[in-house]
Ligand binder design. Structure first.
Ligand SMILES: *[C@@H]1O[C@H](CO)[C@@H](O)[C@H](O)[C@H]1NC(C)=O
Ligand SMILES: *[C@@H]1O[C@H](CO)[C@@H](O)[C@H](O)[C@H]1NC(C)=O
Ligand SMILES: *[C@@H]1O[C@H](CO)[C@@H](O)[C@H](O)[C@H]1NC(C)=O
Length: 384
């Protein structure tokens, strides 16, 4: 089956090379993705940190799951909307040993993950021990062990394992890099971060190349968002000098770093296409989606993009979403959620609300932010 599809795509390549490749792909039947394998950070973590390190607390999950669901959000993440659109179930976190079902994919993303391997503990750096290289080791183990176990016809949980032949027909999604930039900003200067971008990008490329050698063929790669617009970034800035913020109130220098990361990522994706002849690789401009939403929040029916739904931030006191701060007089402040999260873009100052994630997903799913500009349902077709 795998071989047949590859040949099929191969024929398409020669047929479509001429003109209007992307337009013609849309007329082909949708790809039959059997699974999603996702690599990333908290923007797409559906339960890894919650299972492996510390549980995400209420009010996370309140809007959709009505209880904490391993996500830092009131509801669904972009990866959940992608799964829904492809008719696949929400992804279980690879690290979650309770109630997981991996038949149609697995999620290796973990909150705080970087592309570049880290040597510090999570307590020291706030970064996840499961950097992208570790997520790829986990994928290798997952594939080898489930393939082995699947052969055992008597194994009672076989229906929760992926079918080995489905691995090449899966969608491989990446959304990672934001923490490499954020950690750089906390520890070194802009110049040093800029100098490290080629290395960061090359490590992402190594992950893609490795998965390709393991049979992965369809890749869907998100670029990094405008982290200079995150309310958490802006909370700490008092009396910015003229020109420090752009006209939408975002830290210009920080967004410039994200844009440079994205420019280099896009170039690397183009090289990867040349290098991996059977791969269909889509580069998705999440930056444009998020910035588009932030700069038009009112017209899109949201409150000011800098308002945070969940958490307490008043009179110099900051309590994170779901956090509790005991006061000297015996009372406490709870980092509660706003009344109507669907009006907010920012959930907790760093992560987006379900409403914002849905808005973004609606734009990315139809291909309007992608290179090539084809819908996610057709991402398996290589167009050039
Ligand atoms: C972690 O340690 C290794 C080996 O000493 C080093 O090559 C790597 O650059 C370090 N990573 C970071 C992020 O400091
Ligand atoms: C406790 O202290 C907080 C902060 O100073 C104050 O807002 C609150 O009213 C106090 N509560 C009581 C019961 O004294
Ligand atoms: C994709 O969907 C968005 C949001 O619904 C819409 O604004 C845009 O025009 C669509 N683009 C294409 C190419 O269909």
């Amino acid at each position: 089956m795998e071989f047949a599809r590859v040949i099929f795509s191969g024929i398409l390549v020669s047929l479509l090379l001429s003109v209007g490749a992307a337009a013609k792909v849309k007329d082909l039947p949708p790809c039959n993705f059997k699974a999603i394998y996702n690599f990333g950070d908290s923007n797409s973590d559906t339960g890894a940190i919650s299972a492996a390190i510390f549980p995400r607390q209420w009010p996370n999950g309140e809007t959709f799951f009505h209880k904490p669901a391993g996500r830092v959000c009131d509801g669904r993440l972009m990866i959940d909307f992608i799964a829904e659109r492809l008719g696949l179930p929400f992804l279980s976190a690879f690290l979650d040993s309770i109630g997981s079902n991996f038949r149609q994919g697995a999620n290796f993303a973990s909150g705080g993950s970087t592309i570049v391997p880290q040597n510090k503990t999570i307590a020291e750096s706030g970064l996840s021990p499961f950097a992208l290289n570790v997520q790829v080791f986990q994928y290798d183990q997952f594939k080898a062990r489930t393939t082995d176990l699947y052969k055992d016809k008597r194994y009672s949980c076989r229906s929760h394992l992926p079918r080995p032949k489905d691995f090449p027909e899966a969608l491989y999604v990446f959304d990672i890099g934001q923490n490499d930039i954020a950690y750089g900003l906390r520890t070194v200067g802009d110049a040093q971060i800029l100098a490290s971008i080629p290395d960061i990008i090359s490590q992402l490329a190594i992950a893609v190349e490795h998965l390709y050698t393991q049979g992965a063929r369809t890749f869907w790669i998100h670029n990094t968002g405008p982290s200079g617009c995150l309310p958490s970034t802006l909370l700490g800035i008092k009396n910015p000098p003229p020109g420090f913020l752009d006209k939408h109130g975002c830290v210009k220098s920080q967004n410039d770093i994200a844009k440079e990361f994205n420019r280099q990522l896009k170039n690397r994706v183009i090289k990867l296409r040349a290098e991996l002849p059977q791969a269909a690789i889509t580069y998705v401009d999440i930056f444009a989606a998020k910035y588009g939403l932030i700069s038009n929040s009112k017209q899109q029916g949201f409150v000011d993009a800098q308002k945070i739904c969940c958490g307490y931030h008043k009179n110099g006191i900051d309590v994170g979403c779901g956090g509790i701060l005991p006061l000297p007089n015996g009372t406490q402040i709870f980092g509660a959620a706003c009344k109507d999260p669907s009006l907010y873009i920012s959930w907790d100052g760093v992560h987006y609300t379900e409403a914002a994630n849905r808005w973004i997903a609606n734009r990315l799913i139809n291909g309007s932010l992608s290179d090539p500009p084809i819908p996610i349902t057709h991402a398996c077709y290589r167009t050039s």
